[in-house]
Write a protein that binds this ligand. Structure first.
Ligand code: FE2
Ligand code: FE2
Length: 261
């Protein structure tokens, strides 16, 4: 296989699964906040109360603020994102475009809102025995690490892959793989702090929306890492390994010191 021709790669890109949540202006605004991750950021910007006032329909809440409920529903509909699924025959360049649009851009939207909600839940419910103490700090740390990681992919690795890779591409890929392992540890920490994103029985709407958003973020980050580790990187690693006279299995590791060759 010629790695100089990304179109020759066998696996990449992407279809989108159908969005599962049927959005309706007659639904309770608090219910939408919990079921549709990212909705809280829209409600906050429009000054629609989804927490203490979450027991009214979206249509009623919108009317109370002089807003067009259909326009709000249309905006919320953009938040419904299916999982990106690999599709045979697409190019590495197309897979990179998908990763950027479906995961990098979405993580940049998700995390600031989750941090805001976590700060609020930790402050308002600080006396609650199930309060996720330290969650906002953990999310901020994850956000910073992810921004740094995605920045490196966007500035260095992905442009290199778009050009077809080179015999030394295994090294930057191995750095990204190591950082993906660190991201997995960060997700473990978020799940431990939130009891696997299970809110207590008496949790308010913001608390429930926070945990739903974290669950969505975790699912997205796992899918994101899967696409890079298992779909995007291997053909380039095989190409680099072949250039160094290594077989495809050995080429998965670019470290000359790990002893796996
Ligand atoms: Fe990425
Ligand atoms: Fe990555």
């Amino acid at each position: 296989m010629n790695a100089r021709d990304p179109a020759a790669f066998p696996s990449p890109v992407a279809a989108h699964a159908a969005a599962p949540f049927a959005l309706d202006a007659q639904q309770l605004i608090g219910q939408i906040a919990v079921q549709l991750p990212g909705a809280t950021a829209v409600f906050r910007r429009l000054k629609l109360d989804f927490c203490c006032g979450g027991h009214v329909s979206l249509a009623q809440a919108a009317a109370g603020k002089g807003l067009d409920a259909d326009a709000v529903v249309a905006e919320l509909a953009h938040l419904q994102r299916g999982e990106a699924l690999p599709l045979a025959g697409a190019s590495a360049t197309a897979l990179i475009e998908l990763i950027l649009a479906r995961y990098h851009e979405v993580h940049r939207q998700q995390l600031p809102e989750l941090i805001r909600m976590a700060r609020r839940v930790e402050a308002v419910h600080r006396e609650h025995p199930a309060v996720p103490a330290g969650l906002a700090d953990a999310l901020e740390e994850t956000h910073a690490e992810l921004l740094d990681h995605m920045g490196k992919e966007e500035a260095v690795l992905f442009p290199l892959l778009r050009r077809g890779g080179n015999p030394f591409v295994g090294m930057p890929i191995s750095v990204m793989r190591a950082e993906h392992t660190d991201h997995g540890a960060a997700l473990d920490r978020l799940n431990a702090l939130t009891h696997d994103t299970a809110p207590p029985e008496d949790a308010c709407t913001t608390w429930r929306a926070l945990y739903a958003g974290i669950a969505q973020f975790c699912d997205d980050l796992i899918s994101h890492i899967h696409l890079e580790n298992n779909v995007l990187f291997p053909p380039f690693e095989a190409q680099a390994g072949a250039a160094h006279g290594l077989d495809a299995g050995a080429s998965d590791c670019a470290s000359p010191r790990c002893g796996c060759h």
